[in-house]
Ligand binder design. Structure first.
Ligand code: ATP
Ligand code: CA
Ligand code: CA
Length: 605
C-alpha cells in the first residue's frame, strides 16, 4: 500500500500582520491555497497537507484550539453588534487581501473533528479514562467478514480524515475481475460513539441510495478486527478540486454548467430521498475517468444524515468554506447543501471563494454577515443569469434560497444539455401548509399565483407534469404517491417520506387543477427575495381585493393566526384591516400570505 506523505504546513503568503488569534488559526489555511499546483496531473491528494495524517500518526496543531460553537465568535464580532449593518451589506475588506487566493482543500469544521474523534483529538494529552471509553465502544457492524477472501487490494489512491482509499479487484463472485475502490476506515480511529454511528450511517446511506448516475455506486461493506471496508465504484479521474486547480480556477459558463448540473442532479435526488449530504465540496466529487467529459460522481457520505421533511437538524457539520449560515445557527435541513453548491458555483465561475478568511472564526463571520462580491472581474463580464443563479443559491435565509430542483429549472441552466427537472420534495412541504390554511389564506395565495411570471411558472409546470401522468389537467393524492414510488429508494423509509405524504390526506377525495396547484406550491418566502416582490404583492392584492376580499371576521383571522382568547384581537390586528370598509389591508394581505403564526406575530408587535 502506498504511503501518503504530507507537506509541512507553510505560513500563508496572503497573510499580513496577524492578531494572536489569527496566528493560532492561520494553520487553517494550508499551503496549497496560495498557489496552484504546477502539474495538473499531480497525484490525488498527495500534494496537500491533511492535518491528521493516519500514516505518520501526526496530530494537527488545530486541535488544541477547538471551539465547540461559533457563538463566541459572534459575540465578539463587530458585525454582530447592534448597528453593525455596515458590515452586513458587503464583504468587509479586512476579510480579504486581494487578490483572493484560489481554492484549496477544505478542512472540516473543528467542532466536527473534535466531536467525532473525541476530546483526545482536541487536546494534546488524553485524559485518564478516555482509552477505556474508546475500548468499551461496540464496534461490531454486522458486515461480512470475508473481505480478504473476496477482494485483492491494490494501491492507495486517496486519503481523508476518517479513512484512506485503495484500488482493489474482486477475486470471485459475479463481479470477479472488476476493479473497485475500497474506503478503509480504521476502527482505532472510531474513538467516540458518534464516530461509530457515523460509519454505520455512511454505509446505510450508501446502501440505500442505489442507482443514481452521479453517485459512486456502492457494492458492499466488510469488516474485520481492525477496519471497516466500503467497496464502491472506482473513479479514476480524480477530484473535481484537482481539475479546478489545474485550470487556474476559472471555468467558462458552459463548462461550469456541465459541472453544476451533475452536482444538482445527484443532490436533488438525495433530497427527495430525505438525505442531506452536509459535506459538499469539490474534493467530494470525483470524475469516473481522466476523460475531459467524464461523468462526475458524488462520494463521501461520512457526514450525511437522514432528515424528515418537517425536521431541522442541529449539529454543526461540514467544511468551513462551504458551510451554510443556518448550520452555524444550528437549525437546518436540505437547503444547507444548496448553499454549498452555490459556493462551488461561485468558485467555478470566478476562481475565488466567496467567503474567505485566514481563520475558521473569520470564515464563519463572513458566511454569517458578508455578501460575496459580484462586482470584481470576471463577474461584470458574466451573464446576468449566471449571477442570479449563484445569488439565489447563496441567499442567507434558507426559506428564500432555491432548492436543488428549482436550480435545475433556473433560466441559466434549464436549456443546457437536456437538463431534466426532478421531482422536488419542497412542493409537498408547501402543499401541506396550503392544505392546512383557512379559505382566506388560500384565496390570497391564489391571487399571488396569478402574478407569477413565465420563469416562475416553468418550474411549477415541470413539477405538475411529473405528478400528472394521465395529462388530464388535474392531480390526485394517488398521483403524488405513484410519482414518489417511481423514484423511491430504501432511504425514503428512514426519512419517513410516506408518513409526511399522509398529511396531504385532505386531497384524498378531490382533484387539484394546475391553477390551484400553483397557489399551493408557490413559496411566498422565495418570491419575497426577488427584486420585483413589491410589484408582485401589489398586483396580487389588487386581484385579491376584486375577487376574494371581504369584510374580515376577526375571529376567523385570529384562528388562522393561532391567536388565543387572551390576546386583545382588535389591538393586535389593527394594521391588518382597512378602516374604510373593514376588509383586509395590503399589510394584512402580505402577512396573511406568509401565514404568520401567533407566536411570530406577538414577537413582531
Ligand atoms: N470511489 C472512489 N474512487 C476513487 N477514489 C476515491 C473513491 N472514494 C474515495 N476516493 C479517494 O479517497 C479520498 C478519501 O475518501 P473520503 O473523502 O470518502 O474519505 P474521508 O476520510 O471521509 O475524507 P474527509 O476527510 O474528506 O472526510 C477521496 O478524497 C478520494 O481521493
Ligand atoms: Ca472527503
Ligand atoms: Ca468524510
Amino acid at each position: 500500500m502506498g504511503v501518503c506523505v504530507s507537506k509541512p504546513s507553510q505560513r500563508n503568503p496572503y497573510a499580513g500582520k496577524q492578531t494572536e488569534e489569527e496566528d493560532h488559526e492561520n494553520r487553517y489555511e494550508d499551503s496549497s491555497s496560495s498557489q496552484i499546483p504546477k502539474s495538473p496531473h499531480s497525484p490525488i491528494t498527495n500534494n496537500y497537507h491533511r492535518e491528521d495524517d493516519v500514516t505518520t500518526g501526526k496530530k494537527s496543531p488545530l486541535f488544541p484550539f477547538y471551539s465547540p460553537s461559533p457563538a463566541h465568535f459572534l459575540k465578539n464580532s463587530p458585525a454582530s453588534t447592534p448597528g453593525g449593518s455596515k458590515s452586513a451589506s458587503s464583504t468587509p475588506r479586512r476579510f480579504f487581501r486581494r487578490p483572493l487566493p484560489p481554492p484549496s482543500p477544505a478542512k472540516h469544521i473543528k467542532a466536527v473533528l473534535a466531536r467525532r474523534q473525541g476530546r483526545k483529538a482536541a487536546k494534546a494529552i488524553p485524559e485518564e479514562g478516555e482509552e477505556e471509553e474508546s475500548r468499551d465502544l461496540d464496534k461490531r457492524f454486522g458486515f461480512s467478514k470475508e473481505f480478504t477472501s473476496r477482494l485483492e487490494v491494490g494501491e492507495e489512491i486517496g486519503r481523508g480524515h476518517f479513512g484512506f482509499t485503495c484500488s482493489a479487484r474482486f477475486k470471485k463472485g459475479e463481479r470477479k475481475g472488476q476493479q473497485v475502490a475500497v474506503k478503509v476506515i480504521p476502527k482505532a480511529k472510531m474513538t467516540t460513539a458518534i464516530a461509530v454511528e457515523d460509519v454505520r450511517r455512511e454505509v446505510k446511506i450508501l446502501r440505500a441510495l442505489a442507482g443514481h448516475n452521479n453517485l459512486a455506486q456502492f457494492y458492499d461493506a466488510f469488516e474485520d478486527q481492525d477496519n471497516v471496508y466500503i467497496v464502491m465504484e472506482l473513479c479514476e479521474g480524480g477530484e473535481l478540486l484537482d481539475r479546478i486547480l489545474s485550470r487556474g480556477g476559472k471555468y467558462s459558463e458552459d463548462d461550469a454548467k456541465a459541472v453544476i448540473t451533475q452536482i444538482l442532479n445527484v443532490v436533488a435526488f438525495c433530497h427527495l430521498q430525505g438525505v442531506v449530504h452536509r459535506d459538499l465540496k469539490p474534493e467530494n466529487f470525483l470524475y469516473v475517468s481522466k476523460d475531459e467529459n467524464a461523468e462526475l460522481k458524488a462520494i463521501d457520505f461520512g457526514l450525511s444524515d437522514f432528515v424528515k421533511p418537517d425536521e431541522r437538524l442541529n449539529d454543526i457539520v461540514g467544511s468551513a468554506y462551504y458551510v451554510a449560515p443556518e448550520v452555524l445557527h444550528r437549525s437546518y435541513s436540505t437547503e444547507a447543501d444548496v448553499w454549498s453548491i452555490g459556493v462551488i458555483a461561485y468558485i467555478l465561475l470566478c476562481g475565488s471563494r466567496p467567503f474567505w478568511a485566514r481563520t475558521e472564526s473569520g470564515i464563519f463571520r463572513a458566511v454569517l454577515k458578508a455578501d460575496p462580491s459580484f462586482d470584481e472581474p470576471p463577474w461584470p463580464s458574466l451573464s446576468s443569469e449566471a449571477k442570479d443563479f449563484v445569488k439565489r443559491m447563496l441567499n442567507k435565509d434558507p426559506r428564500k434560497r432555491i432548492s436543488a430542483a428549482q436550480a435545475l429549472s433556473h433560466p441559466w441552466i434549464r436549456n443546457f444539455n437536456n437538463v431534466k427537472v426532478p421531482l422536488d420534495i419542497l412542493i409537498f412541504k408547501l402543499m401541506k401548509a396550503y392544505m392546512r390554511s383557512s379559505s382566506l389564506r388560500k384565496a390570497s395565495l391564489r391571487a399571488l399565483s396569478k402574478t407569477l411570471t413565465a420563469d416562475e411558472l416553468y418550474y411549477l409546470r415541470e413539477q405538475f407534469a411529473l405528478l400528472e401522468p394521465s395529462k388530464n389537467g388535474s392531480i390526485t393524492l394517488e398521483n403524488i404517491k405513484m410519482a414518489l414510488m417511481k423514484h423511491a429508494t430504501d432511504a425514503m423509509k428512514e426519512s419517513h417520506i410516506s408518513d409526511f405524504i399522509a398529511s396531504l390526506n385532505p386531497l384524498q377525495y378531490r382533484r387539484m387543477g394546475f391553477e390551484e396547484f400553483c397557489a399551493a406550491a408557490l413559496s411566498v418566502h422565495q418570491l419575497e427575495a426577488l427584486d420585483r416582490w413589491e410589484q408582485h404583492a401589489r398586483c396580487a392584492y389588487e386581484i385579491f381585493d376584486k375577487d376574494g376580499n371581504r369584510a374580515i371576521v376577526i375571529e376567523e383571522l385570529a384562528s388562522e393566526l393561532g391567536l388565543g382568547p387572551s390576546i386583545p384581537l382588535h389591538v393586535v390586528l389593527v394594521d391588518w384591516i382597512r378602516h374604510t370598509d373593514g376588509k383586509l389591508s395590503f399589510l394584512g394581505f402580505v402577512k396573511l400570505l406568509h401565514g404568520v403564526s401567533g407566536r411570530t406575530l406577538s414577537k413582531v408587535q
